[in-house]
Write a new protein. Structure first.
Length: 246
């Protein structure tokens, strides 16, 4: 590990077209971002780009096809980078992870950072349609989202946790950051909310992808990542309130 509190180990230098986007999928409410990013990695057959190591994170190795890998990895496809995490981000690691994300965005000359999370609602079981909202740290990006009409503006409220720090750190560094929030469960994996997020992401970035497989696999996804949801619940419980509140 270098003198920073995190290290990026490159596996392959991506040849990315422009404009470039970086999608961040961290475990949070409903695991919306984590499920969405994992789905895109698989469905787009994305290439593993880098392994990311953060000193303060819990010591967890993800096992994939018999191989041990760090739980945070970076992937690429055409003009899209995806950062996917299989470990919940505890409060004492939020600043390091936000700095790491912004460093990656700067390194690859990313045009827009895209963060994805859930906004828990009490009547989630009864909701026939999930509302999706956007937050931006850039006036030009806000106007762009208004013209595109892909989601509603997140008018008033707050965001806490790693996505809040990424939003603030990227603003400090003058990096465009779009946060997509979808109504979701708080403490249950929510593939349906992730499918809504994937639709918004694909339309914003400009590629076509079906979410049919994600919706078909919803129950299996819940079963497979129940342990990650438990870990995420413990991380969220250490905060003073929900991650996103309107």
């Amino acid at each position: 590990m270098n003198n920073l509190s995190y290290e990026t180990v490159m596996l392959e230098e991506p040849n990315l077209s422009k404009p470039r986007y970086l999608l961040v999928g961290l475990p949070d409410a409903g695991l919306v971002g984590q499920i969405a990013s994992e789905y895109l990695i698989r469905e787009l057959s994305m290439t593993e780009t880098a392994h990311l190591y953060v000193q303060k994170l819990p010591v967890i190795a993800q096992i994939s096809n018999g191989l041990a890998k760090p739980p945070i990895r970076l992937y690429h496809w055409q003009n899209l980078l995806v950062l996917n995490s299989w470990v919940a981000i505890p409060p004492n690691s939020v600043h390091e992870v936000a700095s790491m994300v912004c460093d990656i965005a700067s390194k690859f000359d990313v045009y827009t950072l895209i963060s994805v999370t859930g906004i828990p609602i009490s009547n989630r079981l009864d909701a026939e349609k999930l509302n999706v909202y956007w937050v931006s740290n850039d006036e030009g990006l806000a106007q762009e989202m208004g013209r595109m009409g892909l989601a509603s503006k997140f008018d008033e409220g707050y965001i806490a946790g790693p996505y809040a720090q990424i939003l603030l750190e990227s603003k400090r560094r003058k990096l465009r950051n779009l946060v997509i929030t979808v109504e979701s469960f708080l403490d249950l994996p929510d593939p349906e909310a992730s499918a809504v997020a994937v639709d918004v992401i694909s339309n914003f970035v400009g590629f076509k992808i079906s979410t049919d497989n994600l919706l078909k696999e919803a129950e299996g996804i819940r079963s497979r990542i129940r342990g990650l949801m438990e870990e995420t619940k413990r991380s969220i419980s250490g905060r003073t309130g929900p991650t996103t509140y309107a």
